[in-house]
Design a protein around this ligand. Structure first.
Ligand SMILES: C[S@@+](CC[C@H](N)C(=O)[O-])C[C@H]1O[C@@H](n2cnc3c(N)ncnc32)[C@H](O)[C@@H]1O
Length: 204
């Protein structure tokens, strides 16, 4: 795992003016994502400029709203979460179950519902362990979905979160064969595809 200080990533986002560094973020409340993690994702979005974004775990939709509000209007986002049926069958960590229940109870209150970004978002329902991802193959930024000819990025959340030690073990193993970066003080780890220039700059 390649550990980097947050400013190493932020400094790679070069803009001609501070105005072009402005981003739009939902002011956090007690259930919103951590601001540093959001800043990391938005920096990656500025560097990669994805036209398609896939999120595993919608929860209350706040992070998706943060992302889509800062992508081009032509960008499309897909977000997958459990529905009542798949949630009933899913094996979950005891800490995850309350989040799923909150998600299920918030269907009409998801952050992006009735927002001006809703038309850019497609909701998907099911268990990520059994979901059919084939329509997204090579169009997105998870290893099987990564596009061949466009810059791409996979970001994982909860790296270093003691509640999920297996995630750290998994990513540490994966990082033996690929360049995976962990942004210190955040819980975000990421991989960049088709962008040797950025990866090399981060490793310097
Ligand atoms: C920590 S929350 C995601 C946070 C969210 N991206 C945000 O805005 O901050 C985790 C979400 O993943 C969902 N989830 C957990 N296990 C899942 C699975 N196997 N398949 C799909 N979604 C799952 C939960 O229902 C929950 O809404």
């Amino acid at each position: 795992m390649i550990r980097i200080r947050p400013h190493r990533l932020f400094n790679l986002v070069e803009t001609p003016s501070y105005e072009e560094r402005l981003v739009k973020i939902v002011l956090p409340d007690q259930r919103a994502p951590i601001l540093l993690d959001t800043a990391v994702l938005l920096s990656l979005a500025k560097l990669v400029q994805p036209n398609a974004y896939f999120e595993f775990g919608t929860y209350l939709g706040v992070q998706l709203l943060n992302i889509i509000a800062n992508l081009a209007p032509s960008a499309r986002a897909y977000t997958l979460d459990l529905d009542e049926k798949s949630a009933g069958k899913a094996e979950q960590h005891e800490n995850d179950r309350p989040l799923t229940l909150e998600h299920l109870q918030s269907q009409d209150k998801l952050a992006f519902r009735h927002s001006s970004y809703e038309s850019q978002i497609t909701r998907l329902f099911g268990n990520s362990n059994t979901f059919d991802f084939s329509p997204f193959a090579r169009r997105m930024d998870s290893f099987r979905m990564l596009s061949d000819n466009h810059k791409g990025c996979i970001a994982w959340h909860d790296y270093g979160n003691r509640i999920y030690p297996h995630l750290k073990t998994y990513l540490d193993e994966l990082s033996e064969t690929r360049d995976i970066f962990f942004v210190e003080e955040s819980m975000v780890a990421f991989y960049l595809q088709n962008d040797g220039h950025l990866s090399a700059a981060l490793k310097r």
